[in-house]
Design a protein around this ligand. Structure first.
Ligand code: DHB
Length: 306
């Protein structure tokens, strides 16, 4: 069966994508994900200027593959991204997706312009991090108006590079926000970012464990939320979706595609080893072959046709 897929004109060996996040700070780690079986890799969110994240503890392992994290979008800035993207290109010919972050509209425009010069295959606009609210206010992805405004600004700077907008699950109208992003010029939607924020308290000291107090929840616990969001977005827009949230095996990836995803992001599940990409790929292949499915793209949106 055929796992190769085209997404906005980009050729991928398979629909699995390393999601932006804990991995993906260096070209070597992005390339390692591809070598392990990912069809594309997404960088950690790139900032124009150095942005210090939060101090430790930043990540809590909640068990069952679930994480609560508030790393606070640390990044070394555009020159570091330039070096790491070059390193990736030396090691891999797979598509590279560049996530970008900024603290305000204007800076998002400047960052997009600078990152566009690095020629990633796709730009992913991170307007949905739940952990920098105290620094920058509510994420843009929580507002139709802010989403439209930032997408319009960034799209102008992307040139021929396709733009995916990463949405927050922490809203009651994600489909409307996806439609706003589409109207403003987005070429794709990435859904979803982490859920929350959430909190875990050390019951002895009676203090929140994360230094940031709160963090974004990821892992299998959020998968049904992500699947529902992707399902709703698929009904609302014509642009393709990168379905992300709690996917940890072949079954989960197939479910995400049936909900409407064209590509499937893998984040938390990759934390314990990149072998997960090869494993998920094999599981998808086996499942499809036993059911006579010849082309992986047949799965996208299947739940809307049944
Ligand atoms: C961080 C960023 C995110 O987009 C997210 O969902 C969770 C955490 C961070 O860098 O803290």
């Amino acid at each position: 069966m055929k796992l190769t897929t085209k997404f906005l004109g980009i050729s991928l060996a398979n629909p699995l994508v390393l999601a932006s996040g804990i991995l993906g700070t260096t070209g070597a780690s992005l390339a390692a994900a591809v070598k392990a079986g990912a069809g594309a890799a997404t960088s950690k969110s790139v900032w124009l200027r150095r942005h210090d994240g939060h101090s430790n503890p930043t990540v809590l392992n909640l068990g069952g593959g679930n994480l609560l994290n508030a790393v606070g979008l640390p990044h070394g800035g555009i020159e570091e991204a330039r070096v790491e993207f070059e390193n990736f290109r030396k090691l891999s010919s797979a598509p590279l997706f560049a996530s970008i972050a900024a603290s305000n509209f204007e800076e998002f425009g400047e960052t997009a312009a600078a990152v566009a010069e690095l020629k990633p295959d796709l730009m992913e606009l991170n307007i949905s991090c739940p952990n920098v609210e105290s620094e920058f206010g509510r994420p843009f992805a929580c507002s139709i108006r802010d989403t439209k405004k930032v997408v319009k600004i960034v799209k102008k700077k992307c040139g021929a590079i396709p733009l995916a907008v990463k949405l927050s699950p922490n809203v009651e109208n994600i489909a409307e926000i996806a439609r706003a992003a589409e109207t403003a010029g987005a070429d794709a939607i990435t859904a979803v970012n982490t859920v929350g924020p959430g909190m875990v308290i050390d019951i002895e000291t009676a203090e929140p464990i994360l230094l940031n107090r709160v963090g974004g929840l990821s892992g299998p616990a959020i998968r049904p939320l992500a699947v529902r969001a992707v399902w709703e977005i698929f009904e609302a827009v014509k642009i393709p979706i990168i379905g992300t949230g709690g996917v940890a095996n072949g079954r989960d990836a197939i479910e995400m595609m049936e909900a409407g995803a064209s590509l499937v992001g893998i984040g938390s599940a990759a934390k314990d080893g990149l072998e997960i990409f090869g494993k998920i790929k094999k599981e998808i292949e086996k499942w499809c072959e036993s059911r006579g499915i010849e082309n992986i793209s047949e799965l996208t949106g299947k739940a809307h046709r049944s």
